[in-house]
Design a protein around this ligand. Sequence first.
Ligand code: FES
Ligand code: FE2
Length: 398
Amino acid sequence: MPHRELASLLDELTRLASLPLERGETLPARAYSSEDFYRLEREHVFRADWLCAGHANQVARPGDYLRTEVLGEPVVVTRDEDGTLHALSRVCRHRFMDVLPPETTPEQGALKRLTCPYHAWTYRLNGEYAGQLAGAPLMGRVDFDRAACRLPRYRLEVWNGLLMICADPHAPALGRQLDGLTTKLAPYRLPDLVVAYTAAWEGVGANWKVALENGSENYHHMGSHAATLEPVLPGKDTVVDDCDGRWFTMYTPFAADSLRAAEGATGAVGTVIPGLGERELSGMTIAGVFPHLVMALLPDSVTFARWIPTGPATHDAHFTVLVPPEARAEPGFDAYVDASRQQLETIQNEDAVAIRGVQRGLATDPGPSGGRFSHLERPLWQFQRYLADRLAQRGRLP
Ligand code: FES
Ligand SMILES: [Fe+2]
């Protein structure tokens, strides 16, 4: 029975992906709660495509590490003494303890070696030896191949300063797939920005796609953010670009004069990113990279959101706010961060009402179907094509 349901979900996905935007419809409700559909997404999307783990600035110096759960399993990104980045599994090869448990270690920091806190096995972090066992105390009496013992490695690409990792050795490289987007975002100099702060909401009660779809349209400014974003960045003024494939962009001009408007959008006047043109100074760009990354680019900051599924109907939402390095030296920087963080919380709480509310709607029986898209929801329509491309055929293989 479940297989018949999965087959019919995939049929429906294939049908939707063939519709033009003018006739586009929402995904079937069960795609947001089915265990089988979720398993397929894990296998063919999250374990097969490129995911964002953070910003290179979080592992800026040799020895720095950044813990991430972006693959749905324990991973650490490290920078070795030559400056090369590695993405390693955190699962110790002895009895599989997390070598950097969140209970006792900070999310980011610096290390010479990785030492498992359970029985003190150590792993090297340098160059081609990254992940290689360095020491295993009291293992001399057993037949044990030390040389073959190493932490599994994942692929890692730095795209525009973002740490992108991939569990599939056969997935095509990411950078070239994003060339057009790289050009569009160039004025913001993403690789040069630094992390002002991060924020996370864990265990949000909705399928990850509900959050991604919410973050991929500004139509809802006039509803969810009527008193916050809408007066500054009116949803109706958004121009969604005719993108194809795995990324999208849209632009919303500020409603009033740009400085006051920017203040409203970020909760404070930050340090403007040097070198921005008139267009960047006069509005907000939203850029998304499927499956799970959406950025909001403003004159003084770039915020990127990542939604990480933790089950068919739950996800974690991670936000990282980037600012120009000069901003950190400004006397008002701490106040700016406080105000910006508060603003982010307000907006996220508004979004969460809609995200949880949509999930309740999707969970009704029989599931609702045939919801229609505004022209502002083009990225949702585009996302269906991405999803169909990854799932429709692969999901049918025995
Ligand atoms: S599980 Fe890591 S040293 Fe035992
Ligand atoms: Fe929103």
